[in-house]
Design a protein around this ligand. Structure first.
Ligand code: ASP
Length: 609
């Protein structure tokens, strides 16, 4: 028989009691995390969201409670009345905030029992956890683990900080609809069939982009929203089909104003780390953040989200190799490609096997091969036979390599060289522990290209989104590209678009927007949208642009990424309460699921096998 809670209330949580409370009568409630039985006494670790408290059940204190606790097993829900008692010096647990005390139970209520859990919650070292699929199926149990609860608590604190900052700076929280029409972030939409308008569909917002711009046209001046976004993309391990952004938009704003606002948000959010380490926020985030253009980031780090916690910049060997007749190099340079390298300090002793692994690694990014120069006691190189000693020495000098170092070289298309060396740079840094812990390096990456060529479709696409304005100095070039049909110029045009990057993660992006209809039309034209198509998709927005649109710009920051960085996890599912798997399923609810025929019929939908 289970006990009833009745009017009983907790006096404290399981994380609260300290030495100063000794002698106090208390009532605690929670889950039985662990039970240890000894002759004439038992100990229970009682757990709730706030912590663990050790409860002592003894024949000496209360024979009834001691007898009753024998029926309690793991994860039973109990209430305990008792007195706070100091632990003896040798039983104090320094690792536990409540470790100086225990509660001597005078009464126990068994509020609920629990089946044996499908997996163990408390295993030493998180690498011993049950498989992720099992844990996701029983997410509500996995969430009882302190680590996951801490992640969610941090997430809650981050959202609170953001709201406080936005409110203090006159941003208005506006909720925009979830049942929407296709929005322009370039992924696939999740669609929702309409019953009343049979045969028609809503789309879930990929972002509230158009609505926040309309809010500026409406004169709401400064908008923010903690916005859920939905993107039906092919999944990658670090993505979820739905995620949350701090979405902002401001009127009469230039890039500097957006930067100042976002730097304020980031400082305020990262101040949450202060409590743990005793460092001040400024130690993490000095403002203004450093800036780097997209072109520089790609050139120096092979990435538009460079991790600045370590150096190892890419070096360019193209000029030194213009005169060679080694076929792969000749072909790279003839096809407007390049030959670049990174230097791994003091790694001339990398083994053959190691270098073979790196070969395979760069091939995954499309590189044909990885060449190397080792500056050991003598110089050795995979290129020695084809280039000769003198050239090899010259290359090592250009790369700024010193004795003991290894130079790793890739030739090919610019995008392939950047991607493969950029990734290898990070791989080596991880492997060699070059990345300092508890260091946070924010960066603005600016002047993104406006358009990106899609080799599959042969079209130019908006790299950010089609409402992004161009760099003022590129407008004449853009007009030439459109009006004189010099389409390939589109690849050279830069946008007033920017990202915040922290430690190699893109935290968010934004841009100054187009506020003139004429330019917006030209952008759609550049993207291959006929006026009819543009009208069909975005007609309401194009019309709105004609009724007095203020200059405006904004940003959206990914909440999951931020919490991941703050909590030091690489797994996005660790910071989402009820996440989906990498194949976009919810294993707990078993969704997506089928709906019954009657429902389909109402919606006018037939499933085609
Ligand atoms: N809507 C954009 C995004 O989701 C952000 C922005 O431009 O403000 O990436």
């Amino acid at each position: 028989m289970l006990d009833v809670l009745g009017n009983l209330e907790r006096t404290q949580t399981c994380g609260e009691l300290r030495a100063a409370d000794v002698g106090a009568p208390v009532v605690l409630m929670g889950w039985t995390a662990k039970k240890r039985e000894h002759p004439a006494k038992s100990f229970v670790d009682l757990r709730d969201r706030y912590g663990l408290t050790q409860i002592y059940f003894g024949e000496d204190v209360s024979p009834e409670s001691y007898a009753k606790v024998k029926n309690v097993r793991g994860e039973f829900v109990i209430a305990v009345k008792g007195t706070v008692v100091a632990r003896s010096a040798e039983t104090v647990n320094k690792k536990l905030p409540t470790g100086e005390i225990e509660v001597h139970a005078t009464e126990i209520l068994i509020l609920n029992d629990a089946k044996t859990l499908p997996f163990q919650l408390e295993v030493a070292g998180s690498e011993n956890l049950a498989s992720e699929d099992t844990r996701l199926k029983y997410r509500y149990l996995d969430l009882r683990r302190a680590q996951l609860q801490q992640n969610l608590m941090m997430r809650g604190r981050v959202l609170t900080k953001m709201r406080e900052f936005m409110n203090a700076n006159d941003f208005l929280e506006i909720e925009t609809p979830i049942l929407l029409k296709s929005t322009p972030e370039g992924a696939r939409d999740f669609v929702v069939p309409s019953r009343i308008q049979t045969g028609k569909f809503f789309a879930l917002p990929q972002s509230p982009q158009i609505l926040k711009q309309l809010s500026m046209i409406a004169g709401l001046d400064k908008y923010f929203q903690i916005a859920r976004c939905f993107r039906d993309e092919d999944l990658r391990a670090d993505r979820q089909p739905e995620f949350t952004q701090l979405d902002i938009e401001m009127s009469f704003a230039n890039q500097e104003m957006v930067f100042r606002t976002m730097e304020g948000v980031m400082r305020s959010v990262f101040s949450l780390l202060e409590t743990d380490s005793g460092k001040s926020v400024g130690d993490y985030f000095e403002t203004p953040f450093p800036r780097m253009t997209y072109a520089d980031a790609m050139r120096r780090y092979g990435s538009d989200k460079p991790d600045l916690r370590f150096e190892m910049e890419l070096g360019d060997l193209s000029e030194d190799l213009r005169d060679t007749d080694f076929a792969p190099f000749v072909s790279a340079l003839e096809n407007k490609g390049e030959i670049k390298c990174i230097v791994a300090k003091n790694k001339a002793d990398y083994s053959r096997k190691q270098l073979d692994e790196f070969q395979e690694f760069v091939k995954r990014y499309g590189a044909g091969a990885l060449a190397w120069i080792k500056l050991g006691d003598d110089i050795s190189s995979s290129l020695l036979k084809v280039l000769g000693q003198e050239k090899i020495e010259q290359l090592a000098r250009t790369a700024n390599a010193e004795k003991g170092d290894i130079v790793l070289i890739v030739a090919g298309k610019k995008s392939v060289v950047a991607a493969s060396l950029g990734a290898l740079r990070i791989e080596i840094a991880k492997r060699e522990n070059l990345i300092a812990k508890n260091v946070y390096k924010p960066l603005w990456v600016t002047e993104f290209p406006m358009f990106e060529y899609n080799e599959d479709t042969g079209n130019y696409e908006a790299m950010h989104h089609p409402f992004t304005s161009l760099m003022d100095e590129d407008v004449p070039l853009f007009k030439r590209a459109i009006e004189d049909g010099e389409t390939e110029l589109l690849g050279k045009i830069c946008a007033r678009a920017y990202d915040i990057v922290v430690n190699g993660y893109e935290i968010g992006s934004g841009s100054i927007r187009i506020h003139q209809r004429e330019i917006q039309n030209l952008i759609f034209k550049a993207l291959g949208l006929t006026p009819e198509k543009a009208k069909e998709r975005f007609g309401f927005f194009l019309e709105a642009l004609e009724y007095g649109t203020p200059p405006h710009g904004g940003f959206a920051a990914g909440i999951e990424r931020i919490v991941m960085i703050l909590q030091g996890t690489d797994n996005i599912r660790d910071v989402v309460a009820f996440p989906k798997t990498a194949s976009a399923q919810d294993l707990m609810m078993d969704s997506p699921g089928i709906v019954d025929d009657a429902q389909l019929k109402e919606l006018g939908i037939k499933i085609v096998e």
